[in-house]
Design a protein around this ligand. Structure first.
Ligand SMILES: *Cc1c(COP(=O)(O)O)cnc(C)c1O
Length: 368
């Protein structure tokens, strides 16, 4: 057993490659062809830090952004004074004054929001979200029919700049799958019912479905941060690299257990490295006894329960044993974001947005 003298380094860190985000943005621009490419930066830039990510995307050429909450739009405005910022939550009446004050463009999801936005006067810009089958946000079919019949009066008080909808199954199903086709057809017929307006349907996975789904603007989020389409080789650059320092290395005997509730029992004499990352840092506990890490590029399994501050790795098979102070990569170029999501039984979105503020972030302009 070796002990570790605390040094001046950080026990854990999250490196965010701004250069990779910029390259991923340009990759979507190329795929989108003539369609404009907006950037989705909700939830603090998918957990990676809006303050650094938004200017990097602006530098890569993005001039249109989507956030979910009003508060996120307010935080984004001073970072990008000239950008178009859409707020997906829309315009509940009590949000209207702030939306206007910060020059935010709400994505209206109901006739009552359209009315509230009109009532503010000034004919401010707005988008309208049409529900084409996800049944989550957006004008349902009966409200769309009413709007189509009465748009001259109902839209008279707003400047409609975008009609949008959202796909439920772009992640899991291909471009010809019934659910995707149905939403595509419904979106097209909805557009035909309203005055000609720019249109947007595709998020990251919708862009990968091809040209039919691109319309005038695409709205990638997760792909900018490194996730690829399911079931294909990932064409995106890795963005988030999570590392923790080894605190201690110990040898245990055959039959010894590791961690809370003794869920791992050694089947042979085993070397265990304990690393300074736990669920309080965003390592999901569900990956206990399932996840992987990498030390100097070699994969090693997580053994035992992930605890609040620590994770334990079986490093027996490494050619060179790690020493206290060495880095283990829990997410990055060897153990990918997709691997981490799979081991925790969740998706890439939840992994990124659960990374906690305890882990210091470092930003680099590098792309890899
Ligand atoms: C989150 C979101 C996006 C971005 O989705 P990704 O799958 O992250 O690319 C686009 N549009 C809407 C309406 C969203 O809620």
């Amino acid at each position: 057993m070796t002990d570790f003298e605390p040094g001046h380094f950080e026990p854990a860190s999250l490196t965010v490659r701004l250069g990779a985000i910029a390259q991923n943005y340009r990759f979507f621009q190329r795929l989108a062809g003539a369609a404009a490419t907006a950037a989705v930066v909700k939830a603090d830039g998918y957990g990676l830090g809006l303050k650094m990510i938004a200017p990097a995307l602006g530098g890569a050429g993005a001039d249109t952004f989507f956030v979910a909450r009003l508060s996120e739009g307010i935080a984004l405005r001073p970072l990008l004074p000239q950008a178009r910022i859409y707020v997906l939550d829309g315009a509940p009446p009590d949000a209207v004054p702030s939306l206007i004050a910060h020059r935010l463009t709400p994505v209206l999801s109901s006739l009552s929001q359209i009315a509230a936005w009109s009532a503010a006067g000034g004919k401010h810009d707005a988008a309208i979200h049409i529900d084409t089958g996800m049944n989550r946000l957006g004008l349902p079919p009966d409200e769309l029919a009413t709007l189509a019949a009465e748009w001259k009066t109902r839209l008279g008080g707003i400047n409609l700049v975008l009609l949008m909808s959202h796909l439920a199954c772009a992640d899991d199903l291909g471009p010809d799958a019934a659910m995707n086709r149905r939403q595509l057809e419904r979106f097209r017929s909805s557009l035909a019912m309203l005055p000609p307006t720019r249109a947007s349907l595709a998020a990251s996975s919708g862009i990968h479905l091809g040209k039919d789904y691109h319309f005038d603007m695409v709205r990638p989020g997760i792909g900018l941060y490194g996730a690829g389409p399911k079931g294909h080789k990932n064409p995106m650059k890795n963005v988030a690299i999570l590392t923790g320092r080894v605190l201690q290395v110990r040898r245990i005997d055959k039959g010894d257990s590791v961690g809370y509730a003794a869920t791992f029992h050694a089947k042979r004499p085993t070397m265990i490295a304990t690393v300074a990352l736990g669920y309080a840092d965003g390592m999901l506990r569900a990956a206990s006894n399932r996840g992987m890490a990498a030390i100097n590029g070699a994969r090693v399994p997580v053994v035992g329960r992930i605890s609040m501050d620590l994770i334990t790795l079986d490093v027996t098979d490494l050619k060179t044993l790690p020493q206290p102070g060495d880095e283990a990569e829990l997410m990055g170029d060897t153990v990918t974001l997709a691997d981490v999501a799979e081991a925790a039984g969740t998706n890439e979105y939840e992994i990124l947005t659960r990374l906690s503020s305890r882990v210091p972030r470092r930003y680099t302009d590098a792309a890899q």
